[in-house]
Design a protein around this ligand. Sequence first.
Ligand code: PEP
Ligand code: CO
Length: 462
Amino acid sequence: MLVASSSSSESSSTWSKNSWRGFEAEQQPSFEDEVQLGEVIHELEQKPPLVTPWEIDRLAQQLAAASEGKRFLLQGGDCAERFNECKPEIISNRLKVLLQMSLVLVYGLRLPVVRVGRFAGQYAKPRSSDMEESNGEILPSYRGDIVNAPEFGRQARRPAPRRMIQAYEHSAMSLNYIRALGEGGFADLRHPENWNLGFVQHDSLRSEYQGIVDSILEALQFMEAVSSNPIGDVDRVSFYSSHEALLLPYEEAFTRMEGKEGASYNLSTHFPWIGKRTNNIDGAHVEYIRGIQNPIGIKVGPGMTGPELVALLQRINPDNRPGRITLITRFGATSIAEGLPPLIRAIQQEGLNVLWTCDPMHGNTETVSNGIKTRRFKNILSELEQAFDVHAACNSILGGVHLELTGEDVTECLGGAGGLCESDLSRAYQSEVDPRLNGEQALELAFAIVRKQRAMRLEKLG
Ligand code: PEP
Ligand code: CO
């Protein structure tokens, strides 16, 4: 049984990797076969982990630096990964877009970028409704490939515990390839084929980008000429993985005690986050997350008050450890100006250490006339620009961005330099869940971040 009665007083009691089972767990599937569920968890508990505590600690330090404006966090990837999209081109195209965006950001912001993918484990999805009806039939909603399949059929929609094993295997395959690419020169600027912009059609974007690549290359060649040695490490690049820690039995299975002090780490990912629907202070997700050492992302949006947020952070990060908490705000372009400032002030008043980042995707989802779910580039950009302004006005720092994007040439979000309109949506719409920025739109957003930061700097000087 995943859901049991709870009371908030229990939350201060001893934590263990399965203490969440005494709390109400939102967004969990109802698995019919409890015995099989137990067997799967036991099997996963024996598997090698996907990441190490050292990597996790290093990421936490980098996130702490981002909270002070010394780094910038770029977190991005699919809304939900699919098992059947665990393919070399899809993985490398996604990395390419993240690399290209980070190049623009490093160059434009003059800051090191922390790259975190929504990948190698982003298989579980929260849904607004447990059940879905079609043609008079009612079946469980699709909750991501780790739970069931999207096709509308009795068999496909039945939550199957063994899918957790497949999720682990696909995460391992993806991460293995990502690590190999990162170590193996994929990011070397001297291999222009990895930096080309096959997906960008818009000329000004293309030439702005090429200008950056050329000047970095020139600088590299200059440095190598004067030192007569190759510059170390420019060909290596690190990516961290992240996913929503939603399906708690899976997260529990990868929670391992490490080191002399026996601290518990979730070793299925570097950076788990909890979503807007599971950030309830009395809920099982908060109970689980409070006891692991990993840096934690928390989605925050409309409806959250300052005192609620402060109480949540005191529960999850009682020692106020820098780098431990990343607040990922997702208000929507029309609500951020009103919703964000009270939260920033509450955090400042209590002197809590957090990294603020903006997710300009999830508050800007809409359904257009033909019933397709989309997001408008101009609303995404507007929320992001407002986030920079609100933080500056509150004397706070926006230290990163959280995006849903893909390296594939999809038509899921409207607008951008390519001017995608409603009639384009059906041409290459692939997402089973939320609409993602395509490569061109994602790169355009990176340039927009740089432009906004520059304008703000000039304004300050001016
Ligand atoms: C998501 O990031 O895919 C998501 C479901 O976000 P949120 O929890 O902010 O709605
Ligand atoms: Co999403």
